[in-house]
Design a protein around this ligand. Structure first.
Ligand code: DHB
Length: 311
């Protein structure tokens, strides 16, 4: 049986449903070219700011048995360098997406305006959920600020755009955020970013495992999958049907991808597992997802997308 795993997000067509999360292995041109050559369906660049940033002091990333913790602090080359890279990435013949994380609304608008002038760029993901810059709370936990950012971006952005959200935990918050998103011009929503301000402890050394912010950092990987799934599911219930959902959080196997699509994701991103395994993760996920679908008799993602059953 032939199995088709192509999908779409807004007007973008994807050959497979998985690509990188903005974060691991997507900061330099070499890393972005590796993603281009891989079986990732798109290339998403590291969240950029107006000026280049070194990021937080090392060590700022650590693996633990449940996943990873990081407090990178937005190390990136500055938006001008990414604008120059996108034309080089065009040869890989897959959508190119820019993650934008201005340190203020003014910065975000400046970057978006400039990025819209780059023909080779296909879409913009506005990051409203970086937990690691000291003195900059996560925008998407402030609903008034989020509404303003979405209105202003909507006024100037001429490319398809979406937002990257932090995890929500209470239905009231899902409902309030969904209302704001439904009244905005987003064509996609990416959820979830890492769980902000977790703490991993090394009992032998009686010590934190990353240096910035007293050891507090964003938690990703295996242990956050139930939260990622719940956020995808809840937003699929609440968002307009023309808004696509990109799921992220704890995807390790093709079965995890299957679960996210069942919950309602149109595509998924891979963070911690990409960091740990490298870009070959995408070929493995493709094999595993096809195996799951063949075993269940599905020939396309649409046959089970969002069709999670209740008891
Ligand atoms: C960083 C972490 C994030 O979770 C994010 O969304 C953006 C940036 C960082 O620390 O670099």
């Amino acid at each position: 049986m032939s199995v088709n795993i192509s999908t779409g997000v807004g007007t973008l067509c994807f050959a497979t449903p998985f690509f990188n999360a903005s974060g691991p292995l997507c900061t330099t041109l070499l890393e972005l070219e590796d993603l281009g050559r891989s079986e990732a369906c798109a290339i998403l660049s590291k969240s950029c700011t107006v000026e280049p940033r070194e990021g937080n002091p090392l060590p700022r990333y650590a693996d633990f048995e449940g996943g990873s913790i990081n407090s990178m602090g937005l190390p990136n080359l500055g938006y001008r360098v990414y604008m120059e890279m996108y034309p080089y990435l065009w040869r890989y013949d897959k959508p190119i997406i820019s993650s934008v994380s201005g340190l203020s609304l003014k910065d975000t608008l400046l970057i978006v305006r400039e990025m819209c002038g780059v023909d080779e760029l296909d879409a913009i993901e506005i990051n409203l959920s970086c937990p690691n810059v000291v003195g900059k709370p996560q925008v998407a936990y402030d609903f008034d600020q989020t509404r303003e950012v979405l209105q202003e971006v909507g006024r100037i952005c001429t490319k398809p755009w979406g937002v990257k959200l932090p995890p929500y935990f209470d239905f009231v918050h899902f409902e309030e955020m969904a209302k704001i998103l439904n009244e905005s011009g987003v064509s996609f929503v990416t959820c979830i970013n890492s769980l902000g301000n977790g703490l991993v402890i090394d009992a032998e050394r009686e010590c934190v495992v990353i240096k910035p912010k007293g050891g507090f950092g964003g938690v990703g990987g295996r242990m956050i999958k139930p939260i990622g799934l719940s956020n995808v599911r809840k937003f699929r219930e609440l968002l307009r049907s023309d808004i696509s959902i990109i799921g992220v959080g704890g995807i390790v196997s093709g079965r995890d991808v299957f679960e996210y699509i069942l919950a309602g994701a149109d595509a998924v991103q891979i963070g911690t597992q990409l960091q740990q395994e490298g870009v070959s993760v995408f070929a493995r996920l493709g094999r595993e997802l096809r195996e799951v679908m063949e075993r269940k008799g599905y020939s396309s993602l649409g046959e089970f997308k969002g069709k999670l059953k209740m008891l």
